[in-house]
Design a protein around this ligand. Sequence first.
Ligand SMILES: [Zn+2]
Length: 217
Amino acid sequence: MSRGIILLSGGLDSLVSLGLAKEKYGICLALTFDYGQKSAQYEIQASKEICKFYNIEHKIIKLDWLKNITHTALVEDKELPFEIDENSAKNVWVPNRNGLFLNIAGAFADGENFDYIVIGANKEEGKTFPDNSEEFIMSVNSEFEFSTRKHPKVIAPLINYDKNDIVKSALDNDIPLQLVHSCYADGEKHCGKCESCQRLKNALIANNDTRYIRELF
Ligand SMILES: [Zn+2]
């Protein structure tokens, strides 16, 4: 039987990726990264609940040094961008984040015998974040042919999905959206205003949802 790792932030994309891919890729371990982002404690809490729901092991990886070389609104005391555009993407960019996360997961896969690494990269964010693109996922798979003996395969189940598609498949597959924490801000509830909240809210509205909008915002 195959064994898979999910990169789990507790946000919409990683939760839905887990829900869609768990059985197919035998996901039994989630890695959550704490790099000093404002929302770290809430992401960790949400991830814990999600792992409990899906009955998988959860490991929190601390990357304290990453905060010191990052100057975005995700970690610094700057206002979070409220608009979705190229500039806002720049404001929430963390240096080599997905490259780093995937390579850490690659080390786990190589050392502890996992076949798959599942990541929530998707079409919508691939437009503004190059490390969410299909080309990037393919290049990491090529890299693992050299840098690991196990050659784990990176899977991005949402790579052709935008946020509306992601929310639709969550609703269609009874994925527990009430457990999600998709906000960049430092608060227990979703702020409803940051880029990430707006993307989620717009997608819920587009899918005629009323339940989760009420529960999350
Ligand atoms: Zn927010």
